[in-house]
Design a binder for this molecule. Structure first.
Ligand SMILES: Cc1ncc(COP(=O)(O)O)c(C=O)c1O
Length: 399
């Protein structure tokens, strides 16, 4: 991709209000406002950029075929996933380790359903992506929470607390790797400690690696299972091209496990859902996934550059112009985790100011659990002109 193409792709503002976009067209319901037609959405995690051209072309080819009958995941799709994981993350998997799902959230639900009962506990580290606590709650599992330690915007796991938490009848640990929110790329030392402790207490690990490709070049994503040796048998990893290439609505994800027994149980759960007509693969998903993993890398490199520049801009402007705002640049993702605790404002007040005065929609931190209070999550995956607009709205709201 030359720089001219990159500029047109990532600077282009697409009118997403024309499409049924959750991000742009459901703010009245989500934020409880009467009219959101002039509110700028920088909340839910999808990007305002068009998907890579190679992906659009592949989907167009599928469209031109004209027949959209039942589809399935063939070996060429699995080859594309396997080669991507090898080339990008030095993780050597096999095609038959992959169990297809239409999304990471339903895949997590399937793991909870398959490997835990209502008598079991599930461990999470907070603040965390809401389905990590919503799913266990809804499925009537006991939730055990290990609050992450935060110091000057840096998050880490207190392993003394983590070990204590593991002793509370925990059967499954839900790891977010990289972590949303906060964009944390865990170090090898941290990941090895997680593996060691989970092995000691015989706890299964679900490693959600949906953000793995959105890691800035200064950091390195480590696939948990790739460094686990023998213990990889207790790790089920979620991977998906949907966050990376902005294909959330297209729906495709994988659970990966090297353990045949685990896979067999996951396949059984899939079969039950299949019999209910749930969890079928759209032919568009198969085409998009294959094209993204085979040919999407140059687009991804450019995307990461733009995201990094967008983040630098927001951090510079907001920390300089709004008193009490602190932002640590994340290692990964397109989500900024804005600390407003020093403004002394409550979440209710901040949200009201942002929505009423700034006409800006951000995610309130409490959505990520109690530990998220005092923070806002801002999605900067949009054209730089929209980012500038968002920054101005934030300044107007809070000054
Ligand atoms: C950590 C994490 N997992 C899963 C998802 C959503 O996955 P899916 O749309 O495939 O269900 C998100 C979306 O933001 C996420 O941040």
């Amino acid at each position: 991709m030359n720089s001219f193409e990159a500029i047109t792709i990532f600077e282009n503002v697409i009118d997403r209000r024309k499409a049924p976009s959750v991000k742009w067209n459901t703010m009245e319901q989500v934020f409880g406002v009467d009219d959101a037609s002039d509110i700028l959405p920088m909340w839910i995690a999808d990007m305002d950029f068009a998907a890579p051209k190679v992906v659009i072309d592949a989907m167009q080819e599928c469209l031109d075929h004209g027949v959209f009958g039942y589809s399935y995941l063939d070996e060429t799709c699995k080859d594309a996933v396997r080669l991507w994981l090898e080339n990008r993350h030095a993780w050597y998997t096999q095609n038959d380790w992959m169990v297809l799902h239409h999304g990471v959230v339903p895949a997590i639900a399937s793991v909870i359903e398959t490997f835990t009962t209502k008598e079991d506990s599930i461990l999470i580290t907070t603040p965390i992506y809401p389905p990590f606590f919503q799913l266990p709650n809804r499925m009537q599992r006991t939730l055990v929470e290990c609050v992450l330690t935060e110091e000057e915007g840096n998050y880490s796991i207190d392993f003394v607390e983590f070990e204590k938490a593991l002793q509370q009848n925990v059967k499954l640990f839900l790891l977010c790797n990289p972590h949303n929110p906060g964009g944390i790329v865990w170090t090898e030392k941290e990941l090895k400690k997680i593996i060691e402790l989970c092995a000691r207490y015989d706890v299964l690990i679900l490693s959600d690696e949906i953000h793995a490709d959105l890691v800035f070049p200064e950091y390195k994503h480590i696939a948990l299972a790739a460094i686990a040796g023998e213990e990889a048998k207790r790790i089920i990893t979620c991977v998906a091209p949907t966050k990376t290439f902005n294909l959330a609505g297209v729906q495709a994800a994988f659970l990966i496990s090297p353990d045949a027994n685990i896979r067999e149980q996951l396949e059984q759960d899939r079969l039950v859902h299949g019999q209910m007509g749930i969890n079928r693969l759209s032919p568009f998903a198969a085409s998009a996934l294959k094209a993204a993993y085979k040919e999407g890398y140059p687009w991804l490199l450019k995307l990461l550059e733009i995201l990094s520049l967008n983040m630098d801009y927001v951090i510079q402007e907001l920390t300089e112009k709004v008193e009490g705002i602190k932002i640590k640049k994340p290692h990964a993702t397109y989500l900024l985790w804005i600390d407003y605790r020093d403004t002394g404002l409550t979440e209710e007040k901040v949200m009201k100011k942002l929505l009423d005065k700034g006409r800006l929609a951000l995610e309130p931190g409490s959505k990520y659990g109690e530990a998220g209070k005092g923070f806002l999550r801002m999605n900067v995956a949009c054209a730089p002109s929209l980012v500038k607009d968002g920054v101005q709205r934030f300044i107007t709201a809070l000054s």
